[in-house]
Design a protein around this ligand. Structure first.
Ligand code: FMN
Length: 189
């Protein structure tokens, strides 16, 4: 199955992007995770929808269409998820009559520098995703506090308990995808 990994942080040494890389390492069999960077998406502007969406948005939408599910890792910015992630979701939701996000399975994770573990960021994201009628992995949840202590200086996830939890989370995500999509619909590799 094909998963599109999206980080809510553009920072080169982002712990959230590093978490997606850890997911690539710990994923279950038959799961492929491609990480897409949001850095090339323009700021949403409805004037840019016509005559056709910008090239980078078309590519982003293609990647969403080709994937069975989205794996999102986002920091918390000012008690919410990041502006770059909201911008990407806004693009993907357009045109609303053909939103690619409708019923799209997704799983959410987050690393914070401090103690919150991105709880408030994820609560906000879930509210937006419910409006878009996306299909959530509700449990288990992945809230990683004190990111600086869980990753080494090269961005490797070194905390064993977090690695185990991430593995369980990815297995549960796989089960969710199988439960909502028929085998025929899933991109097997
Ligand atoms: C604009 C801004 C707002 C932030 N607001 C919060 C916040 O509300 N709660 C929190 O726990 N951390 C907050 N942080 C700190 C981030 O959790 C921290 O920078 C995190 O490591 C960023 O993730 P990254 O390593 O993936 O870039 C904020 C950081 C920035 C730049």
């Amino acid at each position: 199955m094909k998963i599109l990994g999206i980080s809510g942080s553009l920072r080169e040494k982002s712990h959230n992007t590093a978490l997606l890389k850890a997911a690539q390492e710990l994923k279950p069999e038959n799961m492929e995770i491609e990480i897409y960077s949001l850095k090339d998406l323009p700021l949403y502007n409805s004037d840019l929808e016509k005559p056709e969406f910008p090239e980078s948005v078309i590519r982003f939408k293609e990647l969403i269409s080709e994937s069975d599910a989205l794996l999102i890792a986002t920091p918390e910015y000012n008690y919410s998820f990041t502006g770059v992630l909201k911008n990407a979701i806004d693009w993907a939701s357009r045109p609303s009559s053909q939103s690619l996000l409708k019923k799209k399975p997704y799983a959410l994770m987050g690393v914070s520098g401090g103690m919150s573990g991105t709880i408030r960021s994820q609560m906000h994201f879930r509210q937006v995703a419910a409006h878009l009628d996306m299909t959530a992995l509700n449990k288990p949840e992945v809230y990683i506090p004190f990111g600086g202590k869980k990753f080494d200086e090269h961005g490797n996830l070194t905390d064993e308990a977090t690695r185990d939890h991430l593995q369980k989370f990815l297995n549960a995500f796989r089960e969710l995808i199988f439960s909502v999509k028929s085998e025929k619909e899933i991109s097997l590799n």
